[in-house]
Design a protein around this ligand. Sequence first.
Ligand SMILES: Nc1nc2c(ncn2[C@@H]2O[C@H](COP(=O)(O)OP(=O)(O)O)[C@@H](O)[C@H]2O)c(=O)[nH]1
Ligand SMILES: [Mg+2]
Length: 245
Amino acid sequence: MFSKTCIPPETPFFIRLDGWRFRKLSETIKADKPFDEKFAKCLVSSGKILFKKGFNPALIYAASDELNILFADAAPFLGRIEKIDSVMAGLASSAYSLSLQKLFNKTQIAAFDSRIVIASDTEKMIEYLSWRQMNTWRNHNNAYAYWIFRKIGYKPAEIARKLKGLKTKEFHEIMFKQGVNLAKTPQWQRRGILTYKQPFLKKTKNNSVERWRLKEDWNLPLFTSKDGAKLIQRILEWTKQKRKK
Ligand SMILES: Nc1nc2c(ncn2[C@@H]2O[C@H](COP(=O)(O)OP(=O)(O)O)[C@@H](O)[C@H]2O)c(=O)[nH]1
Ligand SMILES: [Mg+2]
C-alpha cells in the first residue's frame, strides 16, 4: 500500500531526522548542560556518514538533536519515501550510537525518527533553513534559561511559568545579570552547524585538478541575512557543478 509513495520527480526536499528521546539520552550519558560540544560532534559525524556511504546531499544542517538533509537534485531510491526515511534514519542511528561509544565511552542505543519536507526552489530551501535556525535560537535561549534558573534553585514547573511571563528584553537582562550574554555564546550553539562538499584545486606535477572536500561550518551566518543566502546559493551551485561532471 505504501511502497509506491514517492517524492514527485525533480523535486528538491529535506529529510529531517530528530533524535528519539534525546533528553533522556543526554542525561544517561551525562552530557554537559546546557550545551556539550561532544554531543554536537556525534550529531555532525552521523550526518557525515551519509556522504561516506555514497549519498550525495547538497548540505546537512545540524542542531541540538536534529539533522536536516537537503537533496537538491537526484533523489536517492528513485524518491521512494519508505526507503529514504528508513535507510537514512537507520544509518544516522547506528552512526550516532558508535559516536557515543567513541566520544563519551558509553554503550547506548540511539534512534532517530525521519520525515520529508518538500522545498521546491532555492527560496523555499532558504526559508526552511531559516525556520530551523530560528528554532535553534529559541532552543538555545530556553536551554540557557533553564540551566541558570535551576542553578538559582527554581523548580522545573516554576521555570516554565516564569519564562512565559517574561518579555524578550527582560529575559536577556536577567540572563546577563547571571553572567550569560546570550548574544556571545559560541556561534554553533546559537546558529547550528552546516556540512557540505566544497571544491578545491589540488596541485599536480604539471597542472592542478579539482577535488572535493567535506567541510564543517561551526560559524554560520543567519540564513535570513545576505551572507547566509549567498552561502546557500554558492553550495547549491557547487552541487549542480558536481552533478554535471
Ligand atoms: N545536555 C545536553 N542536552 C542536549 C544537548 N543538545 C540537545 N540536548 C537534549 O536533546 C533534547 C532535544 O529536544 P527534543 O527533540 O524536543 O527532545 P526529545 O523528544 O527528548 O528528543 C533537548 O531538549 C536536550 O534535552 C546538549 O548539547 N547537551
Ligand atoms: Mg528529539
